[in-house]
Each structure stands twice: as C-alpha cells, then as structure tokens.
Design a protein around this ligand. Sequence first.
Ligand SMILES: Nc1ncnc2c1ncn2[C@@H]1O[C@H](COP(=O)(O)OP(=O)(O)O)[C@@H](O)[C@H]1O
Ligand SMILES: [Mg+2]
Length: 250
Amino acid sequence: MAVIVCHGLKGGAGITFIAAHVAMALSEAGAEVTVLTVAERDTMLLHFGLQPALTLPSLFAPAEDAVLAGGINLRSHVHAIDDPDFMPTLQDLGYLGTGLDRVMVIDVPASEFHFARRVIPHASANLCVLNAAPDTLALLPQALGEASAETIARTTFAINALDETRRLSRHSAAFIRELIGARQLGRVRLDESVPEAMAMLQPLARYAPTSAALSDVRAIGAALVPALETPGRPWVSRGTTGAASASRAA
Ligand SMILES: Nc1ncnc2c1ncn2[C@@H]1O[C@H](COP(=O)(O)OP(=O)(O)O)[C@@H](O)[C@H]1O
Ligand SMILES: [Mg+2]
C-alpha cells in the first residue's frame, strides 16, 4: 500500500505522461494501481486512450463509479491541495505503507510544490521529472537546496524528452547527471509517438508499441519497484559540484 509521487520543477516536463506510464508499468508488475490526479485540468485521461471530456470520479466515490483503464483505477481529488487532512485520509484508506500489492501514483503538477513538500515525506518514492533543457539546470540547484533531507531521501529523477541528436539536449542531460548522480532512475527519449498517440486518443502502448519513449518509461516503472518495499535511502547531495555545473552551463 505504497504512494508514489510524480512531481517536477516546471510544467510541460512530462510529469503526467510519466505518472501514467509508471502506473501502467507497476500494474503490469502485478500491483493494484490507483492514479490520483489533483489538477483542475490535465491530460491524464489521454494517456489511457479515454475521452478528455470524461470526468474522473472523486477519490471517495464508491467502487461502482470507478473508471478503470487496463485495470488501473483513475481518480481525481482537486481539493487535496488545500486539504489539511489529506495525509490522514490516505492513511485511513490504507495507503502510506510499503509493498507492491496496492499502489497509488499521485500526479502533482509542478506548480503545486507546497503540496508536494507535504506529501513526499510520507510517500515510498518521489519521482522528479526533469526535461533535458537549460531551464531545468537553472532551477535544479535551488530545488535541491530547498529540499528537506526527508524529501531528498525519497527522491529519484527521470530525465525526459532527451534528444541525443541535439547538442544542447545532450549537454543539458550531462550537467543534470552531475547534479543528481546515482539518483537518476532513467531517461526517456524525445519521441513524436507520445503526442501522436494523444492526438489519436490511443494509449501509447497501442499506438506505438515499439516506441523508444514507451520502452524507456516502462524501464523507469520497473526500476521503482524496489522503492515500494524499502522507501527512502539517504543521499548525500553533491551540492558543490552541482553549483559549479549550473554556472558553467549558464
Ligand atoms: N518523451 C517525450 N517525447 C515527446 N513528447 C513528450 C514526451 N514527454 C512528454 N511529452 C509531451 O509533452 C507535453 C507535456 O507533457 P505533460 O506530461 O502534460 O507535462 P506536465 O504534466 O509536466 O505538465 C505533452 O504534450 C506530451 O505529449
Ligand atoms: Mg501534468
């Protein structure tokens, strides 16, 4: 009964895309998965091939109202952001434990960092989605500096939309790796199939089953499985190296 938070430094980094596909990978690994979206508007449904106009049931709606996509329970709770009792509620619902049997993946928009800060210390893992781009490099040292030890211990990173054919993307990813070191869980290549599948209202696994981004994001989901059993390992920040790389990149 573990919680995985998917968060990031800025909107458009691919948090929702990665949250959806991590959920699918964990479901394929045998977990009973709930995806919780806390945004007023987002594109979660599209990754499951569902109509964007569909309204997701609340976290508290009865099982008969559930929207299931490939066995994954999709829920919404926009008031979670301002709900001081959100963590006790998750506890009452049986989350905040460990193990693969029941997992909740929470898609936390980049702008909701205060909410992320509240939830991450209770989660089994926080997957921070970073674009391989210079703006990520500008934001990352500050974000690492502000993060508590509890947050850092639970955080791993995914570099998204990496284009190895572009020097700026390649170099940005290299500098990001200097900052996050062994905390990088994986990388997802920039892949036109991702928006194309959304345009076709099809899950990526159906539209482009052999796509690069799909295999990359599946690997990230699989790599998260151990964190469900043993959440939070300590991490010594490589702060000085990081500051130096950021200034070199600027
Ligand atoms: N690896 C990728 N390759 C190509 N496009 C991507 C990739 N990851 C995300 N995208 C596209 O980027 C856009 C923003 O992604 P989204 O998951 O909504 O970002 P966020 O939730 O961080 O705001 C979407 O249109 C999505 O299709
Ligand atoms: Mg989003």
